[in-house]
Write a protein of this length. Structure first.
Length: 175
């Protein structure tokens, strides 16, 4: 499986985001725009599907990511059910319904494939390598930081700007 640097790189996120945009398009127009409860519910469920993919990705932990994908799956299935309701109510033509339902199914298939990978030993090893590299970068960065926020400024410099005994004070009255 290819490595993703950003959640936008994930096929499942792109498909779920596209579904959300398409849902917004059809719910902006009457008659769907007038059924406030249905409009808000389908928008919420389609938005939740792609948001949970992004949030899970941001956890950098395969187990947690899988849990967020479970929530995303539920939201995508809810969106599919609401698309059926919209079709039955006449908000969507047969063609529009088929296209949106197909998009949701493709997003769910990509999600299932991603979940299978995240549950695999390969994903766990990859996450361990990533955490190891992150720790090494932090340790390397910390050891290269010669003047941290709590370090002294230097052997002849005061750390306290209000120190009256500062030998480097330019306002020294002994000059």
């Amino acid at each position: 499986m290819e490595s993703a640097e950003r959640f936008e790189d994930l096929l499942t996120w792109r498909l779920m985001f596209r579904l959300s945009r398409e849902v917004r398009k059809f719910t902006k127009k009457p008659p769907a725009s007038r059924d406030f409860k249905h409009r808000d519910q389908i928008r919420d469920s389609s938005d939740s599907a792609h948001r949970n993919v992004a949030e899970g990705f941001g956890r950098y932990n395969p187990g947690e990511f899988v849990r967020f994908l479970d929530v995303s799956r539920g939201s995508a299935e809810e969106t599919r059910a609401l698309l059926r309701t919209a079709h039955a109510a006449g908000f969507l033509s047969d063609e529009e319904f088929a296209a949106l339902d197909s998009l949701a199914i493709r997003g769910l298939q990509a999600l299932a494939k991603l979940q299978r990978y995240l549950r695999s030993p390969a994903a766990k090893r990859s996450a361990e390598r990533w955490r190891y590299k992150k720790r090494r970068r932090r340790l390397t960065h910390d050891s290269n930081d010669l003047n941290g926020p709590n370090d002294s400024n230097g052997p002849n410099e005061s750390n306290d700007s209000n120190d009256s005994n500062d030998s480097n004070d330019s306002n020294d009255s002994n000059d």
